[in-house]
Design a protein around this ligand. Structure first.
Ligand code: ADP
Length: 720
């Protein structure tokens, strides 16, 4: 497995390919392509404390946020330090010129504007305000006594106690995307589907897997003495490169002191990244998780690329500590003397991803394939995260209790290898939505000035997320049927506005006028044709939506990967007590009984021992000690164990799929039986009282999914 790691499978260099005028060959064994058509920067996470960087970071103060910039060396000195934000100004003028107020009116029917509570928006406030003005929605910057339609939180689901409406955070997301939790979730998927999940570097969790890490590295080195790996150590819950360092030898891990108190992930270092201008860069892509169940995922068509500021060299003992060569974090590189601030989207140390794609395309790279691989990476990663998110969700918002619905914008950090294969670095639950950077007026005196590249990308992401989540959409569609038919650009994109202002001639506007509106995706936008009367369409002044749906659109290609999701459904069904996240021994026994998994070779006493053994081990390694009992990951481990016992000869994912089929089958029979009993007892009544809403929905979702005849006979055969 080690040998086939992505790092060691690198194809011929991209630069050589580009020089030869050809795109690198697609990698063998890739899954069927998805359409290209969608497109990355991190943030201050939900923690208060920020540890210090361990690499040779400069002694200067750290930018307060990933979106911050303390150096604006390319700005002309005459530029006013804090000009009014162009997007906001243009919008105000536009609104005045039209003489329209907020809200929608047509004929006798009138619709109130969507209401948004922005009191907890924190650093995303500026971008949110611009978006709301563009949408002509009503903002409540200090909250509201009456409920709002949408609550915009800067950090977490729990920023406010909300009982209705929609909130832009899922409970548990921050926990789910921490480095260790993400690595665990992806490892489960790597065990089930090693080929499909080879986009995440092989990782070990410290301190618990330190010995395993040392042993595995030694084993590979013994087999291949020429192998000279590099590893990157990342503290759990860290951000902005804090505490990260590179090592060549497992024994260089700093085990003393911090590691016990601050666990970490050690990961294979991708030592052959794609370079542009000899610099390493990464991609920040914005992904909207619109709904968990049913799963709905959108990807923004443009993102950001963050560049290192020192030319890249493969890691060696002399350069291992060079932060500006190996780490692409904006918050670190902004402190390099070589950081180039630019208002152009296609130059400087922070650019749009679309400008990178344009450049690659001009060198003959198959960017549709790049996009297709990125979309696949995103869908697969979300599929790995959703099972535990569902457990968090039912715990915070149990079925039948009042609560908001959730959506969330995630920041995916992706590194393109020289072979153009995208690799996932991390997922951010609170991607920076700042649209300004700090300009150093004089030593130690900073002023905020707009960052046009950030504004271009981030305002579109927030605005279009809101459009997709619009709670009044159905009503508006009834009032304004043409809204669903088309759009017309009334407000020019930021780049166009810039080209008519003092930013005239900036390469951002040049790049955009050559490639208007969206990156070169090779895929036409289906929703940008104009029909109907623009004046009657409240969205007529808006650009076409920058978010592209990728799931359920590509569900057929990826649904087979959702095994852990189905396990989570089983897990949740047996949780019993509302609000809990852990399965008690009785719940586990009931699961075994109802799914008819015990047998002469698996007694209920053996089931109890299995429960105790696995639960104890997981509780000793997980940070969450809130409840006692079996967490989802422990349940998954127990499930794997049971599947391997029952379906011995199959590959792991087939063993697991067969056991899930079997469990779902028995549970659907049980649900049918209960329904029948209920009807007999209450011939004229509707659903029996004793079935709570969750059981009903489980029954509903399981019944139509009755397992296929071939699988069932297979399962029965295995049982006998
Ligand atoms: P943080 O949350 O602290 O930013 P990341 O996981 O994003 O942590 O890593 C910081 C930077 O380190 C990334 O932006 C990337 O440039 C570099 N990096 C992280 N992991 C790897 C890896 N496995 N191989 C190569 N570079 C990496």
């Amino acid at each position: 497995m080690w040998r086939s790691s992505p790092e060691r499978e690198l194809a011929a260099s991209w630069e050589a390919d580009a020089a030869a005028g050809r795109a690198p060959a697609a990698e063998a064994g890739e899954p069927p392509r998805v359409d290209a058509g969608a497109a990355g920067e991190p943030e201050r996470p939900a923690r208060e404390e920020q540890p210090k960087a361990v690499l040779q970071a400069p002694a200067r103060p750290r930018a307060a946020e990933e979106g911050d910039a303390r150096v604006a060396r390319r700005l002309p000195p005459a530029l006013p330090l804090a000009p009014p934000r162009p997007a906001a100004r243009a919008l105000c003028q536009l609104a005045k010129a039209r003489g329209r107020g907020r809200g929608y009116r047509r004929g006798s029917g009138s619709l109130r504007p969507v209401t948004v509570d922005s009191s907890k928006a924190r650093t995303s406030l500026d971008a949110l305000k611009i978006s709301l003005r563009q949408l002509r929605w009503k903002e409540f910057p200090f909250g509201r006594r009456l409920p709002c339609d949408i609550y915009w939180h800067g950090v977490s689901f729990h920023d406010n106690d909300i009982l209705s409406g929609q909130v832009n955070k899922f409970p548990g997301m921050t926990e789910m995307v921490r480095k260790i939790t993400l690595s665990r979730a992806l490892r489960i998927m790597q065990n089930l589907f090693p080929e499909e999940y080879n986009f995440y570097p092989r990782s070990w969790i410290l301190p618990e897997e330190f010995q395993l890490f040392v042993a595995q590295v030694r084993m590979v080195k013994d087999g291949d003495p020429s192998w000279k790996p590099t590893f990157i150590v990342k503290p759990d819950g860290g951000c902005q490169g804090d505490g990260i360092y590179l090592i060549k030898d497992p024994n260089d891990i700093r085990l003393t002191g911090t590691l016990q108190s601050r666990p970490a992930v050690v990961q294979e270092y991708i030592y052959k990244p794609l370079l542009i201008d000899k610099l390493k860069f990464d991609i920040r892509l914005y992904v909207l998780l619109k709904s968990l169940d049913p799963l709905e995922i959108y990807i923004a068509k443009d993102g950001l690329s963050r560049f290192c500021t020192e030319p890249y060299q493969e890691p060696n003992p002399q350069n291992l500590h060079h932060v500006f060569m190996h780490l692409t974090n904006y918050s670190l590189n902004i402190h390099s003397g070589k950081f180039i601030h630019s208002d152009s989207a296609s130059t400087g140390s922070k650019r749009t991803f679309s400008s990178i794609l344009c450049r690659l395309s001009s060198k003959g790279v198959d960017i549709k394939k790049v996009w297709s691989d990125i979309i696949s990476l995103v869908i697969k990663t979300v599929i790995a995260l959703t099972p535990e998110l569902k457990v968090f969700y039912q715990s915070d918002i149990p079925t039948g209790r009042p609560g908001p619905t959730c959506f969330q914008i995630l920041g995916f950090d992706i590194l393109l290898m020289k072979s153009l294969k995208p690799m996932l670095l991390e997922v951010n639950a609170n991607p920076s939505m700042r649209i300004e950077h700090e300009y150093e007026l004089s030593p130690g005196v900073f002023e905020n000035i707009p960052s046009l590249v950030d504004e271009e990308v981030k305002v579109a992401v927030i605005r279009d997320t809101l459009r997709l989540m619009d709670p009044l959409k159905k009503k508006k569609e009834t009032h304004f049927p043409d809204i669903c038919m088309g759009r017309k650009h009334r407000i020019p994109p930021v780049s166009d506005r810039m080209s008519s202002s003092k930013f005239k001639g900036s390469s951002l506007s040049v790049a955009r006028s050559q490639h208007p509106e969206k990156p070169v995706t090779g895929k036409e936008d289906l929703d940008c044709e104009m029909t109907g009367d623009p004046d009657s369409n409240p969205e007529a002044h808006l650009p076409s939506i920058c978010l592209k749906q990728v799931f359920p659109k590509y569900a057929k290609q990826f649904n087979y990967l959702r095994l852990v999701d189905r396990m989570a459904n089983l897990f949740i069904r047996f949780l019993g007590i509302k609000g809990t996240m852990k399965l008690g021994p009785t719940g586990f026994r009931t699961f075994i009984r109802n799914c008819k998994l015990s047998s002469s070779s698996l007694s209920m006493a053996a089931v109890d021992i299995l429960y105790i053994d696995i639960t104890r081990r997981w509780n000793s390694v997980t940070l969450d000690q809130r409840d006692s009992g079996m967490c989802l990951q422990a349940f998954v481990e127990a499930f794997f164990f049971l599947a391997q016992r029952k379906f011995k000869m199959l590959p792991l994912h087939e063993q697991v799929a067969s056991l899930i089929d079997l469990c779902e089958y028995h549970l659907s029979l049980l649900d049918e039986k209960r329904l029948l009993c209920g009807r007999r007892r209450r011939p004229q009544s509707s659903p029996p009282q004793e079935m709570n809403a969750r059981t009903q929905s489980a029954a509903g979702s399981l019944a139509p999914r009755m397992i296929g005849a071939n699988k069932l006979s297979h399962s029965r055969h295995a049982l006998s």
